[in-house]
Design a protein around this ligand. Sequence first.
Ligand SMILES: Cc1cc2nc3c(=O)[nH]c(=O)nc-3n(C[C@H](O)[C@H](O)[C@H](O)COP(=O)(O)O)c2cc1C
Length: 151
Amino acid sequence: MAASDESGSPVFRLIYQSHSRIPKSDRPTVLGEIFSTARSRNKGADITGALLITDHYFAQVLEGPQGTVEELYGRISADPRHERLAVLDSGTVDERAFGKWSMAQVSAAGHADIPLHTANGEIHPAAPSHLTAEQSKVFATMRNAIGADTV
Ligand SMILES: Cc1cc2nc3c(=O)[nH]c(=O)nc-3n(C[C@H](O)[C@H](O)[C@H](O)COP(=O)(O)O)c2cc1C
């Protein structure tokens, strides 16, 4: 059976990493702007995903129709707020892992939708019971790529 989402279209997933160019003092404001744009645009474009943030790196997963995801990745690649983008994984998948989120915020602190912290403060996104197996797998790819930077 062909991979598809609820609407019957195939689901394409792209995961990339990048290096942030946002100065520390601007981070809260600029990240707020990025999430606000991402969420409103993605909702209208049938895109879902998650954005993992550390002090110096981003890792993002984008899911949706292939052409839409590729067009968005092209736009994101040209964004001067980050650099050194590298695709970690891409291809058709059976279903969305982040179907509930137009863009989930994943971070060690702040207003994360999906926190990286366990109760005792350790970075431990792989195991929390609220993640599905597929979400854990995607986060492992993202975290392993930029993990050296996590604090
Ligand atoms: C790390 C990062 C993640 C982003 N994620 C998205 C996203 O998921 N969806 C989106 O529409 N824009 C996202 N953007 C913003 C786009 O790069 C772009 O600024 C925005 O889509 C508006 O594009 P436009 O000015 O060409 O209309 C992201 C930017 C950065 C730096």
